[in-house]
Write a protein that binds this ligand. Structure first.
Ligand code: NAP
Ligand code: MN
Length: 268
């Protein structure tokens, strides 16, 4: 019989390591062997930590299709829905097939460089564009190839529905119910003056619309891009296309997950 393997990706603080030890023991008693970090042999990924641990594990697996679930030992924990107290009950539910698997569409960004090469960066929550030297950034916004506006300010956030409760919410964006497939563009401190004028609200588009951003072209213009908090730096960017990706990750859920309860619990 094939060995049953579960991947564990844990933060390294003392409490989390304690919980990890308990989890490994519980899994062993139920016939599983545990793999530290990601392996394609794993049938499930369990993260231990907060949202950062969850998002990092997803990135480190290169957005694997092996389902993810988290045990929350972190500060907020929007993604990890299992508490350390109920992890043994969760393992039993998992073995008994008492769970649901939900698809999560990734945000895809395709960066087009001045010389024509391209690079793709994916995210679960959001992708942030700012200027590395923190001066005012000027960004031309196209929606489905239509020029809409030039945003001047600190930058912008492109967020997914699940990411809408993260940086997007802090910047005044709307919460988007996770079953919708949308991209939300939220400007960061947009300037509205006689010199610069842009929309000071979020824009939400359906999946058939691509959002394309052209940063102002200047020699000293370094762009910083953060995908789920992971930083990338570029010069000589021609444009960045943002789409709701066909690529998905899977979230395992015990069925007790209720979006509105999570929002109330975590934010109100
Ligand atoms: P972090 O700096 O620890 O994240 C900031 C906070 O956002 C943490 O409390 C984190 O939860 C929480 N968070 C992450 N994803 C969330 C979601 N989908 N809904 C609600 N809250 C969420 O960095 P991180 O843990 O690596 O997370 C990366 C995310 O931080 C980015 O995707 C971005 O959205 C967010 N961020 C927010 C701000 C802001 O609100 N001003 C600024 C920069 C980045 P945990 O405590 O459980 O980790
Ligand atoms: Mn965090």
């Amino acid at each position: 019989m094939k060995e049953k393997v579960i991947n564990i990706a844990a933060n390294d603080d003392t409490y989390t390591l304690e919980i990890k030890k308990c989890l490994v023991e519980i899994l062993k008693n139920n016939g599983y062997s545990c793999n530290e970090g990601f392996s394609e042999n794993g049938e499930l990924n369990i993260t231990i930590g907060g949202d950062g641990a969850f998002l990092r594990a997803v990135r480190e697996s290169s957005f694997s299709s092996v389902p993810f679930i988290g045990i929350n030992t972190g500060t907020l924990g929007f993604y990890p829905e299992i508490t350390p107290e109920n992890m043994e009950a969760f393992v039993h539910d998992y073995i008994n097939g008492k769970y649901a698997i939900n698809d999560v569409n990734l945000i895809e960004s395709e960066i087009v460089f001045a010389e024509g090469q391209t690079e793709k960066v994916y995210a679960v929550n959001d992708i942030i564009l700012k200027r590395k030297d923190m001066k005012t950034i000027h960004l031309d916004v196209y929606i489905a190839s239509n020029h809409l506006e030039k945003i001047s300010g600190d930058g912008l956030i492109i967020s997914s529905p699940l990411g809408s409760s993260a940086y997007n919410k802090s910047a005044g964006g709307s919460l988007v119910y996770p079953s919708l497939k949308t991209l939300q563009l939220t400007p960061l401190s947009p300037i509205i003056s006689n010199a610069y004028r842009c929309l000071d609200c979020s824009i939400i588009v359906p999946p058939e619309f691509e959002i394309t951003i052209y940063p102002e072209r200047r020699t000293d213009y370094y762009i910083a891009l953060a995908a789920d908090g992971e930083m990338y730096e570029y010069d000589e960017i021609e444009c960045v296309h943002f789409r709701t990706s066909q690529r998905i990750i899977s979230r395992l859920s015990t069925g007790t997950f209720n979006y509105w309860n999570v929002i109330k619990d975590k934010f109100l």
